[in-house]
Design a protein. Sequence first.
Lengths: 221, 383
Amino acid sequence: MLECVLIDLDVNGNTSVNELIDKHMPFIIKSISDVTGRYVSCENDEELSVGLLGFHEAIERYDNEKGHFLSFAKLVIGSRIKNYLKGENKHQHSSLEELLDKGLEIKDEYLEQKEDNSILVEEINMLKTEISSFGFTLEDLANEAPKQQATRINAISLSEEISKDEEFTSFMYVKKRLPIKRIVLKFSVTEKVIKRSKKFIISVVIIIDKNFSVLKNWIRK
Amino acid sequence: MNKGMIMEVKKNYAIALNDEGIMDKILFKQNMEVGQKIFYFEDDVVKATANKAHRYNNFIKSFGSIAALFLLVFTFFNTMRYEQAYAVVSLDINPSIQIEADSNQQIIKVEGVNIDGKNIDFSDIKDISLNDGIDKIKEKLIAKNYLDTNREVLVGYAFIENGDNSAYVDDLKDAIQSTFKTEKVTYVKGDKEDVNEAKTKGISLGRYEASLVADEETKSKIDKAPVKDITSSIKDKENVVQWQAEDAKIADEKAKINDAPVTNINPEVKTETPLKETPPVNVPNKNAESDINNPDIEKEKDNNIKPEKNEVLVLEPEVPPIQSGKDETSTSNPSKGGTSIIIEPNGTIENNTTSGKIEENPNKTPEVPAKTDDTLVSKNTKN
């Protein structure tokens, strides 16, 4: 029961089920991921919703004699996910009618997603080619992008400023580097900041300048 | 927990752009696609630095192991080569000394074989040439006064590997000859098995070789018998080459020069003795045997020659150790003798001019003649 769960987790007695679920979202996702051995996709909520249902079921069926709630919940989520995966397999091998019904349904979703993805993939590939013309790869970017949020936000806002200035962007595309001196003069930032995250700045400028909307939205989120 | 968009999928990891604008490397899991939006956790993030360090480590490790392997292999081969003696030379004066040398005539090891030999420290004689090494050994012997009483040197030598070692033998004999000028030197040749046999018996190679040919009395006490006794008992045996001390030679020198032409030597025919010095040694035998095989006229000549021969102690030519010496010599010599007799003048002239034997021939002593005569005579009579 919810009360038992609240006692076990030692949280405020007034917490609602929704708040509890919200709080334990990472736990649910982790449990699902552990069972499936895959990353849980944000779009494909099938697994996620099954997991949420499992979590909810766990809350309903829990009492203090069953040990810690979280381990119990993990167990329940795990078995629900397994059942779901099995059921999914069975469906694929079930009657033609059912398959057509389900298949159509799935296909629609799939198509939607595919379209969504294709733009994104295209943007990602374009970004890749762009930055490779600047002499670095996504991997370098992953290694060198500023880890501190403040630095990153600074770099992103600086990149936005730069991308607004036609002079700078054209220089960047021609010379394949940032006009560091002029940026320093114009935006009164230190050279160190730019040099340290120049690859990150370049890629953000490209994303903004080329208007990779999906990526842009993603970053701004 | 992070929400990320997969930007690139590689073999072992993927790059995800999370919603804060950070690129993360995350572990590869099934069904990953570029553009997929996923939830991932800190556990899944591959630490870039750790990865780098790992790679670096790997490189160091592999490089290190390769280097270690090379080190091992080369040291192994080195020690192998180090232990592989090419030639074994033993010196018996009173201390018995055994020298191991490699194919470049560099001394690998010098050790004493009997008690006297073991009392001398040879550890500093190493990695130098045979010539220098033997010089040093002599210095040590002189320092310990061994050469005051013993004027005879018994040299045993053997090659671990078969093949043409005549040049090596030449150099070896030169080295010993130049060092022990004032001693009587007796050479005996052995082979690989003899070296091992001598080692198991705990005597020097020279003594072992001597024991093979010596009479019973000497044989029984071969490990203790004075070198002088040994050399005298084996001097007329095959496989033995003997040399006289230099001072004795000088007296004979004049006579030698006259005799030189008479001694017929066919160096080309010679089988095992490439030494300049050896030819004279062999001459008597040839002559003797040729005499045996040839008419009386030749014998007369031989008689004339004998005095000259007397200087030479060794009666028989060197024969490869494996072959049974006497048969060989007797079969091969007749032909040699015959040729030598026929071409006498030419042969002698050639020898004199080419090998400069005149100087060498003198190396003979008055001391031995009687004995050699006897032996010759006995042989003649036998035959």
